[in-house]
Design a protein around this ligand. Structure first.
Ligand SMILES: Nc1ncnc2c1ncn2[C@@H]1O[C@H](COP(=O)(O)OP(=O)(O)OP(=O)(O)O)[C@@H](O)[C@H]1O
Length: 607
């Protein structure tokens, strides 16, 4: 209950902060809308009584009735508009807050946790429902005002009937709250199913997946999976809706019996002369009004309760603590002078996962190029992720000139690193933006766009000539998913698609635009390049990084032979290390691999 109360307080303050003027306007309209039906019923009674008593009807009453009709007629559409506008503004604000919160998760583990991903999806639904909470509150207020008006009228005519009608509201309230609780549980229960359905749905329209799906003819299999997930979710929703239908049907029958009984009593009383015609009209309006207002109050309460339960997921994400422990006393990170040291580093992705790194001891000296080699799954990319502090090791430590990475805020560490990841991103943006994203703080967000730096990075990555030759040069959109401006007939309207190797060079340019970072990580930066291009790119990067620290991962051993130190990782352990000549002389696993590759067996062995 305390949780619901604080969720209510937060949803209210979120809404009021997002759109104070719209909230005020909506409040005014809600008051007018709630007063109108009661005023109409009273004015009608007074007019009818005046007519039947033969005492005439004052013009003011007729004018009042007409004015009430006009107000009621206008309040509906105005309230509808304000409700939608409020939704728009609150959603915009809350979505921004939600995504800012997800950006604060500096590690990767939350995004690999299915429970968290379910919660994130419901949090987005919570964003959608946060304005519903406040408009629901207004609806509640409006319904309560109408209810009070009609209850007062009914009390004058029949206190017993008032008691009976109100008492019928109690089971209605209990049932609706139970149903809303159950609905929230169902939403959580079908979360994983609906997320899987979304996965298949996205896959079936994804351009990258389209090739394989068509070639392998796997579309109908994936479609069947999508349909099965949908049917499973629909079954759960259907059960819930049938349960709702049964409960609400029962409530409707109860309401009808009470209203019918009341009407019977009122007509008998009128025949006896105990009630006037105006009284009967007022009585009918009051019973219908009380029941309607009660139903609307109860269903607004239930809807508000449901949206608060959903909003709870939004709050859970927004207030989730850091995924990586934050240093109690964060330390500055000095410019790298000595080097990075891994001391007895053990790491696994979860308690129920196998160890991926098993007691790694390694020193990456400042100013050197260290190459990491090893078979698939040896743990090379995992080691890179630890150096970037996407995860912390379970045992051992990684230090930067003696400072433990756990004592440094992740953002501060990453400011000093640049990287090309093995699974780098290809952004559906322009060529310039694809490169500038590597140092967005000083490029696009800065006062100048840094064209020279972008071009310099592209030149070093060997992609400048290609980009300069595109229909709109660096401003060409590198996707065919969106239109470029208004488009014309020179073939540039939907952008350009690059090849795998070209994208890889662009990823390298993105890493290189982060000028002179202390550590450059290159995880398979040239696997898609042709041999000449690969050689040229490595030469240029070596020249540019000379005197700086680089960590290079590659399966093509000819690209690592000039590294100052070559480290062979096998099954999470360091097998051997040294420079190329030392390792060749030792005749160990590196020498065997190198010899095999130079003999032309590379493809079978490495990939
Ligand atoms: N996010 C993850 N969650 C769980 N296991 C993972 C995750 N990422 C990698 N692994 C596992 O860790 C092991 C090492 O993977 P890693 O990517 O570090 O190897 P690698 O040496 O870079 O291999 P490759 O040469 O194929 O790129 C693999 O067995 C992989 O299944």
């Amino acid at each position: 209950m305390a949780g619901l109360r604080s969720a209510a307080a937060q949803a209210t303050s979120l809404t009021v902060r997002a759109a104070p003027a719209v909230v005020a306007g909506y409040l005014l309209v809600a008051v007018l809308e709630s007063a109108a039906p009661v005023a109409t019923a009273w004015l009608t009674k007074l007019i009818l009584d005046g007519l039947t008593a033969g005492s005439g009807v004052p013009l003011g009453l007729i004018g009042g009735l007409a004015a009430t009709g006009v107000v009621a007629g206008l309040a509906g559409p105005a309230g509808g508009y304000l409700r939608v506008e409020l939704g728009r503004r609150v959603r915009l604000h809350a979505t921004d807050v939600l995504f800012a919160a997800t950006e604060r998760f500096t590690g990767l583990s939350r995004f690999e946790n299915p429970r968290f991903l379910d919660r994130l999806r419901l949090a987005q639904q919570g964003v959608d429902s946060s304005p519903d909470f406040v408009t629901g509150l207004f609806g509640l207020g409006r319904g309560t005002l109408t209810l009070i008006g009609f209850v007062a009228a009914l009390l004058v005519l029949s206190p017993i009937m008032t008691g009976i009608v109100l008492a019928a509201g109690v089971p209605m309230l209990v049932i609706e709250i139970l149903l809303s609780r159950r609905r929230a549980a169902v939403t959580w229960q079908v979360g994983p199913t609906e997320r899987r359905e979304l996965f298949y749905r996205t896959l079936l329209t994804d351009v990258d997946a389209a090739k394989e799906i068509r070639l392998f003819g796997s579309g109908s299999f994936l479609r069947a999976r999508m349909t099965t997930e949908r049917k499973t979710a629909d079954r759960v929703h259907r059960r819930m809706e049938l349960r709702t239908l049964r409960a609400e049907g029962l409530l409707a029958a109860l309401t009808a019996v009470i209203a019918g009984g009341g009407l019977f009593w009122a007509v008998l009383a009128a025949v006896r002369g105990a009630l006037t015609v105006g009284d009967v009209s007022m009585f009918v309006a009051a019973v219908v009004g009380v029941q309607g207002a009660l139903r609307s109050v109860v269903s607004e309460l239930a809807a508000t309760h449901h949206s608060l339960l959903l909003f709870g997921h939004y709050r859970a994400v927004v207030h989730a603590g850091p995924d990586l422990p934050e240093p109690a006393h964060s330390r500055e990170l000095p410019e790298l002078r000595q080097g990075l040291r891994l001391r007895d580093v053990w790491f696994r992705y979860g308690d129920d996962h196998p160890w991926i790194l098993r007691g790694v001891d390694l020193f990456i000296p400042h100013g050197s190029t260290v190459a990491l080699v090893g078979l698939n799954g040896a743990g090379k990319s995992t080691l890179v992720k630890l150096l970037c502090r996407f995860y912390d090791p379970q045992q051992g430590s990684i230090t930067w000139d003696g400072v433990d990475l756990r004592d440094v805020p992740a953002g501060r560490l990453r400011d000093r690193i640049s990287a090309v990841f093995q699974d780098h991103m290809n952004y559906d943006l322009t060529a310039a933006e694809n490169i500038a994203l590597g140092d967005i703080g000083s490029l696009i967000a800065g006062s100048h766009r840094g064209d020279d730096r972008i071009r310099g990075a592209a030149e070093r990555a060997g992609v400048h000539d290609l980009l300069a030759g595109l229909p709109r040069g660096y401003d060409t959109l590198l996707t065919r998913l969106f239109f470029e401006g208004l488009g014309d007939s020179d073939g540039a309207e939907t952008g350009v698609v690059l090849s795998g190797g070209q994208w890889q060079r662009l990823a390298l340019a993105r890493a290189l635009v982060r000028d002179r970072r202390d550590l450059m990580i290159l995880d398979e930066p040239s696997s898609g390049l042709d041999p000449q291009a690969e050689h040229d790119v490595h030469e240029r990067v070596r020249e540019h990084r000379s005197g700086a620290t680089s960590l290079l991962i590659s399966h093509r051993l000819n690209t690592v032979r000039s590294a100052d130190l070559i480290v062979v990782l096998s099954d999470g352990r360091i097998l051997e290390q040294g420079d190329h000549d030392t390792l060749m002389a030792a005749g160990g696993s590196y020498a065997q691999l190198f010899t095999l590759q130079s003999e032309g067996y590379r493809d079978e062995l490495v990939r």
